[in-house]
Design a protein around this ligand. Structure first.
Ligand code: B1M
Length: 211
């Protein structure tokens, strides 16, 4: 791997926002392609972050800084990638379910998935079932991701799956759920395709489901 991409990965891991942006521009000046910089520099860097977060060697504030650094490089590449029609790994509509305003975990999961090369449509927090249904119709995603942090809002995950069934579009998308009170058993009970306990596991699970 070229020196500039190695340095980009290290700066990304250290959460150095301005340095990652500068390294992205420098890599382009050196003639590297936007897709190569994305895959080897930014996504490569976020893979290390995801691995160490899962292992407990990195903590949430650090991961958020890494994600911010990744975004600074991504913003430089975005127009070039769009121009070249770069293939995304898959499109995911994500949101925190109705009645629930907790969005820190959902944002972390979104950022890690984006860092892994997935296109994210983030509906925000307090997302009602009908809004998920509309987003599936409008965006034709490969998957929807729901987050819940309250035991009282977990049932909205089931309502959303029911709404997808009633709209006749449940089989068009995979469904992954997560959040502190959510379990793998709950995911099974409500008919979700999968559950992930944290952001790192979410990336692995989504990769497997969309492979
Ligand atoms: Co609230 N809150 N809160 N809160 N809050 C909890 C969740 C609570 C456990 C605190 C407690 O009592 N000990 C408790 C829930 C109890 C329960 O239901 N069993 C609680 C409560 C009761 C409430 C209110 C009802 C309090 C009140 O008003 N009386 C109220 C509800 C508001 C509402 O939502 N309608 C409320 C409000 C708030 C704030 C607004 C003040 C704030 C949220 C700010 C925000 O998110 N923008 C807040 C916070 C910050 C918390 C705690 C302290 C931290 C949550 C957090 O962000 N964790 C929380 C207590 C705690 O957890 N220690 C608490 C960090 C985050 C990175 O972790 O979200 O678990 P987490 O995400 C992880 C995984 O779960 C997973 O990956 C993430 C990253 O690894 N994951 C997914 C998450 N979503 C995923 C989706 C996936 C896959 C994995 O696929 C799609």
């Amino acid at each position: 791997m070229s020196n500039i991409l190695e340095r980009m990965q290290k700066d990304l891991y250290a959460g150095k926002v301005a340095e990652v942006e500068a390294a992205t521009r420098q890599a382009l000046d050196q003639g590297l392609g936007a897709q190569e910089i994305l895959n080897k520099g930014l996504i490569g860097g976020m893979e290390v972050v995801g691995r160490d977060f899962k292992a407990g060697d990195l903590f949430i504030p650090e991961v958020l800084m890494c994600a911010k650094a990744m975004h600074s490089g991504l913003e430089v590449l975005r127009p070039l990638l769009a121009e070249a029609g770069a293939a995304s790994m898959g499109k995911i509509v994500i949101g925190t379910v109705a009645g629930d305003l907790h969005d820190i975990g959902k944002n972390l999961v979104s950022m890690m998935l984006q860092g892994a090369g997935f296109e994210i449509i983030d509906l925000g927090a307090d997302v009602k079932p009908e809004r998920f249904v509309q987003a599936v119709r409008d965006e034709s995603p490969d998957m929807i991701g729901m987050s819940a942090m309250l035991t009282t809002t977990m049932p909205s995950m089931k309502s959303t799956i029911t709404a997808l069934k009633e709209a006749g579009i449940r089989d068009k998308v995979k469904v992954i759920i997560g959040g502190a009170p959510v379990t793998s058993k709950f995911a099974q009970d409500i008919g979700a395709d999968s559950y992930a306990p944290d952001a790192g596991a979410a990336v692995d699970t989504v990769r497997t489901l969309l492979a």
